[in-house]
Write a new protein. Sequence first.
Length: 367
Amino acid sequence: MRKTATAQSGGTIPAQPGPLEATDSAHREAGVDGQPGPQHSDIVPAEGDMGGASVPSASDADADSVILGAGPTVTPGERATLRLRDAGSDDPPRYAPEWLELREGADASARAHDLLDPLRIRLANLPARSGGLVIHDVGCGTGSMGRWLAPHLDGPQHWVLHDRDPYLLHFAAVASPRSSADGSRVTVETRRGDIGRLTADALLGASLVTASALLDVLTVEEIGTLAAACAGAGCPALLTLSVAGRVELTPSDPLDGEIAEAFNAHQRRSGLLGPDAITVAADAFSEHGATVQVQPSPWRLGPGESALAAQWLRGWVGAAVEQRPDLRERADRYLTERLAACQAGELRVVVHHSDLLALCRPKGGAS
């Protein structure tokens, strides 16, 4: 029997990982292929993680450092919330919870609300299930997608949180929302696994697949796997915040374009799709007969988001320099000036993303 947990706190990433409330603490870890793993009364951080130690908030980060996740990844071809290539099972997590916390508000404001109505209509037309909606969140990180989406949907919901990092899975579980838009119960379970093994069988019974900031770190083959799994299961997919390759900074600087070009090249390294991902994904889902809608979802960062803008700048410029070391001297001066403008409240940044809704044909071929 599958055990689930009702979150006792919602909307805030906890200060430290620890056991869930004893009355509803059981979570399931499994590969995304659906093979069951051991049952746990709590989620234990991976070896080498902080255990019960406090996680620094974004405001505590060294002003000159790049929070892990905001800048270049340690291993090309990986986002730390999801294993995309063969790697050892003891591979340490590389995506800092404080970066996910820092960007969560901007993510929530940016996501395309225009996609919610067609999604609600599709979900309302699904056959009634006693347990309500079953939503798979792939590469869930600390669970921001669930905290944003669950309160926008009516009825009971069961969220299946997929991630490669048990540390982040714990954050996602304990900070998941407690109720849906109409006050119905929301439950969660966690599965640790690899998107490369995602199949229609793993999504059997799914009402919806979601992901955030994922498509741009996938290859053509991986997006094809995701589209095939959703189409085979007959469930829609809401895939948000894929980088679009365009950035606008005000005031402008002559080096803006060169940094952006180098950053986009960095995003495409090792066969990753980067800013091409949204087009590839739209084509892949369409080839499986899905109706696809794409909407813009830009970050709009002003003086009120200066902490996020500063970390984003460090990561953006750092990735560009990693791709083109010859930029370093000019990029160092550029970053110093941009950070000063950010601190003074004089910089505004628009980072363009795209959201995709794919309405796959329900099983049985109904429209």
